[in-house]
Design a protein around this ligand. Sequence first.
Ligand SMILES: [Zn+2]
Length: 312
Amino acid sequence: MSKQASNIDNQIRIGRFAPSPTGGLHFGSLIAAVASYLCARKNPQSQWYLRIEDVDTQRKQKGASSAIIQTLEAYGFAWDGEIFYQSERTDYYQAALDAISKHVYACSCTRKDLQSLSSDMTYGYNYPGLCRNGQLNKDVKRPSIRVKTNNQEICFQDECQKEPFCQNIEHDIGDFILKRRGGLFAYQLAVLVDDHLQGINHVVRGADLFDNTPRQIFLQKLLGYQTPAYLHFPVATTNDGKKLSKQNHSPELNATSTNAKIQQLLKAMKFLGQTDANQDDFSNLQDFWQWAISNWDADAIPKVKTIVYQQN
Ligand SMILES: [Zn+2]
């Protein structure tokens, strides 16, 4: 029996899954894939795209993109259209930056400059606008590019997290980086341009990115883009509160049997607060996905930011 679709699930969604190829997929990324996939697949008219977020070419691991794609296929995920690779899209990011050239400025500050000038500030999180009226060090060849923030509060209501969230970006973050020193585009800009050009109207991602959202809404307004709906599901953490990741030895997904894959997918469903089932109920992945789509209920996702997950 399938559940009645909630308001969240009824709408036509253009969603995406956007892993960074810093390693293979692990359980934390499976949760993200399942949540974004089912939010889209609940409505047959919705779409789900796959985007490889390899804008940070320095962190990219060789072979990781194809490993991610193979794993997704092996677990029965089916995406719409072509796969987007951020590393191939820098012209679009530059065009977006050019479009808001009046609102950005070059910043030559090094970590050291910021530390010595503002000893009580954490670099990268609270930039005090030192270069707003000209670079501190004019000799820097490829300075970073920051966007001028303002004193307005930006609020949004998430579809999962209960409380509305507001941020005064100028005060809480400061002018943030859109292009890094040396020329790499920052995640904040790339993600936004891609979401816009792919027509994404539903961003489903882990709550570790929850407090990035006002910055992205700020940029959307500046660029004249629509703001999508946001759903931030809880992220799985270790006992000491660290997000499951390659860095803290979360094992890569490597199930080979259908049974083992279904077992892991069921664990992801359970983590997301969904109806439980027995893996023996499904003879193949297609059966599993049919069941998962008809039983998916976005309202049932726990309305918290983190959940400790015992890896075994
Ligand atoms: Zn600066």
